[in-house]
Design a protein around this ligand. Structure first.
Ligand SMILES: C[S@@+](CC[C@H](N)C(=O)[O-])C[C@H]1O[C@@H](n2cnc3c(N)ncnc32)[C@H](O)[C@@H]1O
Length: 317
């Protein structure tokens, strides 16, 4: 965990559902808040602006470039601490700062436009670049997974994380290619996926979209991060504190919806028990019954918001 205090950078990312997500936190002047996915600091800036000088904002990101950008964007605020870590480690981050409980946590999941649009980060099939996709710029890369993962693991990654119907065809193509030479670039992977796709199925968007999403999720352990991050974030909330989460695909949204509904339900007795014997009480309430989606106006401005969903819950026990 590194604390970084100053460095400027330009970071082009339009914050998704900026007001809706920060409204969801119900920011109170003097409160303590965490932005677990600081990125370019857009949501953080809005939180810090509503906080007043007595409050505190702790910003986390796993990407060193985002840390630089957020540091520059937020330098005018004296009550913002920026920490290079993951939101799955939010308890450790808070412990390190001697903070016990907080009044709100925001998670704006996935990658930033800056990450997607920096060709050499290897997140996008629109640019030719080495297969990388590591948000933290550390650890195993897309190259390692695509070239070294066993066939069964690749099929699982593509089917589960990409919900890719043609996972087996694609993996067959990957195995055949990598037996001749390693698959080194985004364009090589995108081309190979295209070749593995049946003609009829090539109409809806780029065939490599789901594969790139799946490999990125695997490289960054995104589902494991989310599962732990949600629970740790909820655990550190004060009663009355809010958790506001923006997701970008159905896997993430399902996990967030399920976690929130478990906290709201409380009781863990099997459904066929006539009366509750566990005695567990609801720990949360949903602030909005349904997920909030971006307005038409936002979608006209920012096409990347199109699959976003916002869910907010409040701790009540
Ligand atoms: C969609 S962007 C956030 C943009 C930000 N809300 C803004 O308004 O500028 C997502 C950011 O979350 C970071 N991120 C993704 N998973 C993370 C994790 N598990 N822990 C910490 N940061 C993470 C990414 O590196 C990226 O910078």
């Amino acid at each position: 965990m590194n604390e970084i205090n100053s460095e400027k950078d330009s970071f082009s990312h339009v914050s998704v559902m900026l007001n809706e997500a920060v409204d969801g936190l119900n920011v109170q002047p003097g409160g303590v808040y965490v932005d677990g996915t600081a990125g370019g600091g857009g949501h953080s800036f809005e939180i810090a602006s509503r906080l007043g000088t007595d409050g505190r904002l702790i910003c986390i990101d796993r990407d060193p470039d985002a840390i630089k950008a957020a540091t520059g964007r937020l330098e005018q605020f004296g009550n913002v601490t920026i920490v290079h870590s993951t939101f799955a480690d939010i308890k450790t981050v808070l412990n390190g700062l001697s903070v016990d409980k907080v009044d709100g946590v925001l998670l704006d999941l996935g990658v930033s436009s800056r990450q997607l649009d920096t060709p050499e980060r290897g997140f996008s099939f629109h640019y030719d670049a080495p297969l990388d996709m590591r948000m933290s710029q550390d650890g195993i890369s897309a190259y390692d997974i695509v070239n070294n993962a066993p066939a069964g693991e690749l099929v699982r990654i593509l089917s589960v994380y990409g919900e890719e119907k043609f996972a087996k065809n694609i993996v067959r193509e990957i195995l055949s290619q990598r037996s001749k030479k390693p698959i080194e670039t985004t364009f090589e992977l995108a081309e190979l996926v295209k070749n593995a796709y049946p003609m009829k199925a090539r109409k809806k968007g780029h065939p490599a979209r789901k594969t790139f999403q799946a490999v990125r999720i695997a490289v960054n352990s995104e589902m494991e991060q989310l599962e732990r991050g949600l629970q740790e974030s909820f655990d550190v909330l004060n009663v009355g504190g809010r958790l506001s989460v923006i997701t970008f695909h159905s896997l993430e949204d399902r996990m967030v919806k399920h976690a929130m509904s478990q906290w709201c339900k409380g009781c863990t007795c099997p459904p066929d028990f006539p009366v509750c014997v566990c005695g567990n009480k609801p720990k949360a309430r949903l602030v909005n019954r349904r997920a909030i989606e971006p307005s038409e106006a936002e979608l006209l401005d920012n096409n990347r918001a199109r699959s976003a969903k916002l869910r907010v819950c409040e701790r009540i026990l």
